[in-house]
Design a protein around this ligand. Structure first.
Ligand code: CDV
Length: 313
């Protein structure tokens, strides 16, 4: 029996500071309907899909920061999305800012969830590779304060048996790291869902604009191929309050090829029939891990974080 999963990437255009959760949910519902009409069983929404990309704004007022976070999922505002998805029999990936309490301690995470077509929560992921900085960069055109507003995720990179396959999640900057995908690859992942918010400008080093899209795609295409997995990557993009972010949402095959790609920087659904069995020949041949990986030579990957140069002779 074929394991073809029709999947949508539901790209979001800008969400401005003044936009309410209710307005955003209305847009998510419209994208969900469109993905359903296109025959999809799974729809992937972006990272931090319920608000503007707030890490670009400096704030020292914890109440103001916490207003971007969800304390319940679903909560009263997100419940209509869960209800409609269940009615339509559609699963979804949703990125949001999570405010929770663990062992009596308040925690802030950049989180995604995977929800089954029957409304059941399949799994949760908390972003591990947090980019940016925690100090106020007074000379920068905008901030990237993920290191201030979020803690490093504490759930690892799990995968789940879902949608007749093996599904994993990651979030934005995670997609640039081979370790993210290899840890899921070692669990047999067949589809990685991810959302991103990538500013067009690199505030840390001037770069030609085209490199932002090139790096977005080249890392995901390489990671898809090297682990024999589908990747469904969804942007929040366009100019939020004048601050542009790249689009380029795409569905990538286990061969590393882009199977479908968004054309706009606005709300847009792209869909593709992902044949999960296509993962198999990559996993059996060129990237047969069992046969070819040489873990006795990979120790530095988990022993060392930064570069240590060899001694000068
Ligand atoms: N939201 C992100 O994680 N954005 C980063 C930017 C800052 C480079 C990204 O990797 O796209």
């Amino acid at each position: 029996m074929s394991r073809t999963l029709r999947v949508a990437a539901a790209q979001l255009g800008p969400i401005h500071l003044a936009d309410s959760r209710a307005q955003v949910i209305k847009r998510l519902l419209a994208l969900l309907e469109e993905a359903h009409a296109a025959g999809c069983r799974l729809v992937v929404f972006p990272e931090l899909a319920l608000t503007t990309f707030f890490p670009r704004w400096w704030s020292e007022d914890q109440a103001e920061i916490d207003a971007y976070f969800e304390t319940e999922m679903p909560g009263p505002e997100t419940q209509p999305l869960f209800d409609r998805a269940k009615e339509l029999g559609m699963g979804f990936y949703l990125g949001y800012a999570e405010l929770t309490e663990e062992a009596g301690k308040v925690r802030h995470f950049n989180t995604s969830i995977l929800v089954a077509p029957d409304g059941r929560l399949i799994g949760k992921y908390r972003k591990i590779h947090l980019p940016g900085h925690s100090e106020h960069l007074l000379d920068a055109p905008f901030q990237h304060l993920e290191k201030k507003y979020f803690e490093v995720g504490n759930l690892g990179f799990p995968v789940w048996r879902a949608f007749d396959g093996i599904v994993g999640m990651c979030i934005c900057n995670d997609r640039r790291w081979p370790e993210t995908f290899r840890v899921m690859g070692l669990q047999g992942v067949e589809l990685v869902a991810l959302g991103y918010n990538t500013p067009t400008e690199n505030i840390h080093h001037p770069e030609p604009v085209h490199l932002r899209m090139f790096h977005n795609h080249v890392t995901m295409q390489a990671n898809a191929y090297q682990n024999g997995t589908w990747v469904v990557a969804t942007a929040k993009c366009g100019a939020e309050d004048g601050f542009p972010m790249i689009g380029g949402s795409c569905i990538i095959a286990p061969t590393g090829e882009i199977a479908a790609q968004a054309l706009t920087e606005d709300d847009e659904v792209i869909a593709f029939n992902c044949d999960l069995d296509l993962c198999d020949y990559i996993k059996r041949t060129i990237f047969n891990f069992e046969k070819n990986r040489r873990i006795e030579h990979y120790g530095l990957i988990t022993e060392r974080t930064g570069v240590v140069l060899p001694p000068k002779s």
